[in-house]
Design a protein around this ligand. Sequence first.
Ligand SMILES: [Fe+2]
Ligand SMILES: [Fe+2]
Length: 312
Amino acid sequence: MAVVAFPHRSPRRPGALRVLPAAGATIAHPPPMSRPRHRTRRIVHVSDVHFGSPGVTERTVPLLAAISDLAPSVVAVSGDLTRRAHPEQFREARRFLDALPSPYVVVPGNHDVPFAPWLRFHRRHARFLAHVADEAAPCFIDDDLAVSGMDTTRGFAIDGGRARRGALALVEERFAALPRTAFRVVVAHHPFTKQPGRRSSLAVQKARRALGVFDRLGVDAVLTGHRHETVVVPVTHVAREVERPFLLVQAGTATTYRGRCTERGRNSFVTLDVGRDDVVVVRHVYDPAEDAFVAERPQHFPRLPGPGPDVA
Ligand SMILES: [Fe+2]
Ligand SMILES: [Fe+2]
């Protein structure tokens, strides 16, 4: 299987490239009994860039440099691209996305829904779709990595989100035919559980419904933002009804001054290195003295067995 859907419109990344051998070329096949080699895949998870906020444009320079150095397979951008969903803020977000070195999956956040009532209630993603992506829940799928966006925004709520049946059905449709070995990732703006240690934090509406679907589909990681503070935890630590301990990764704000709680005034993003047996998660925090994002100590999590039958 080699299916790739790119959610962007940048002419500099025209889509999946499959390199075919030239006529007459010799194709080297591995020995028949050799074990398939696993290549580590890297996901960069960036959130809450909030273009239109003070200092964001300047902070994207070291952010883009860090992402380029990391050479990810895919970049997940989990919403709140803008401060007020103004067209010029979306245009700035567009330039940021165009400068990324890799394919990306980007979803809208609550700040990307305009306040203007007609737009808000009838075409809440009109500006996102005009400037950012062709759909509000794009995806990236290749042989061993599947990253599906999921739209959790609402017209009737300024801040909160909802796990709608249609959005979950789209994720299910995309993940249904994946091989057991594929690493399955959902990218959404709003978190699906309360934040550990923060009793006042709210999950999306119908969060239990979503967690049940993710559990059944064999999702490996759910990447969110919104709270402007990094949290990495197996879901079973915060949602006892879930059986499969997939990872919840909540990224902080990559560029604004509005980091919260332990990340007050700080900027960060996260990387996930997906190996055959484990997933290594690293937070990268902006260091003003270096004017660069600096990697912190890695956290290791076991790779979970995928759903479905073993491949012989
Ligand atoms: Fe935000
Ligand atoms: Fe948000």
